[in-house]
Design a binder for this molecule. Structure first.
Ligand SMILES: NC(=O)c1ccc[n+]([C@@H]2O[C@H](COP(=O)([O-])OP(=O)(O)OC[C@H]3O[C@@H](n4cnc5c(N)ncnc54)[C@H](O)[C@@H]3O)[C@@H](O)[C@H]2O)c1
Length: 258
């Protein structure tokens, strides 16, 4: 089976559902041996089983990416199983949204650990392996909250701004060693979470239409569209793209409101 990621070994964090699951599916379809590094045993296993039944090499490794030891164990098992790590997608994340002064103290730490520090812990664990090989690609799934602010979404944008800083810092540090570090900044993506959010409104269809209307193409993004960009950045088709952020929002963040 040929593919754009044939022969590569990839770790996708938080790949049990949503954007991570789509990315794992796209990677496997392009020939990568894929590790589902996921906290949720049920969804993580199900995705790995699905990929294997389609003929791909895939394993689920139960991992809390905010725990340094768990991350080290996950990377060690990846190397034992597949023989290395060529690609890391730091995708695990969660919306932590408050008006700043209404935020419970512990939520700051929960957000910063998952939406920022976990990407560093995972990068820190794979970088020595990539350095030894003189090649590697790290892709951080950031957000449009990484450069724009929607009130009452604090402290998620603080973490996502810093995730772009992490992307740029590591991208520069290791560029001369064949390692590329890039970010994808998705806008509003149609996931089960978006669906569940619309369902909290008295008229879910109207709320969904409102979300669509915010975007120049009159729809929101699809997880597969983020996954396609992750495949491109992870592949040998993007050898000179480094320390960059690709925005996937249909142009919403460029639109000037009058
Ligand atoms: N969905 C969107 O509209 C959107 C937009 C911009 C950015 N993003 C970003 O994309 C990424 C994925 O978003 P999604 O909407 O697919 O999310 P999701 O909630 O559907 O999936 C996140 C996955 O991460 C896993 N996870 C959570 N904590 C973990 C931990 N500590 N260790 C390992 N796995 C853990 C969850 O179990 C889940 O499977 C996130 O970083 C998010 O911030 C999403």
């Amino acid at each position: 089976m040929g593919g754009r990621l044939q022969g590569k070994i990839a770790i996708v964090t938080g790949a049990g559902q949503g954007i991570g699951a789509s990315t794992a599916r796209a990677f496997a379809a392009q020939g990568a041996a894929t590790v589902i590094a996921e906290l949720n045993r049920e969804t993580g296993r199900a995705i790995a089983d699905e990929l294997r039944s389609s003929g791909a090499q895939a394993i689920f490794i139960e991992t809390d990416v905010t725990e340094k030891d768990a991350v080290a164990a996950m990377v060690a098992r990846t190397v034992e199983t597949f023989g290395g790590v060529d690609i890391l997608v730091n995708n695990a994340g969660a919306n932590v949204f408050y008006e700043p002064l209404a935020m419970p103290d512990e939520e700051w730490e929960r957000c910063l650990r998952l939406d920022l520090e976990a990407a560093w812990l995972c990068s820190r664990a794979v970088l020595p392996i990539m350095l030894e090989k003189g090649a590697g690609a790290i892709i951080n799934i950031a957000s449009c909250h990484g450069f724009r602010i929607i009130p009452h979404t604090f402290p998620y944008p603080v973490a996502k701004h810093a995730l772009l800083g992490l992307t740029r810092s590591l991208g520069i540090e290791y560029a001369a060693h064949g390692i590329r570090v890039n970010a994808i900044a998705p806008g509003y993506i149609e996931t089960p979470i978006a669906e569940a959010y619309w369902n909290t409104f008295p008229d879910p269809a109207a709320e969904k239409q409102r979300a669509y209307d915010l975007h120049p193409p009159k729809r929101i993004g699809r997880p597969e569209e983020v996954a396609m960009t992750a495949v491109f950045l992870a592949s040998d088709e993007a050898p000179f793209i480094n320390a960059a952020t690709i925005t996937i929002d249909g142009g919403r963040s460029v639109l000037y409101h009058d």
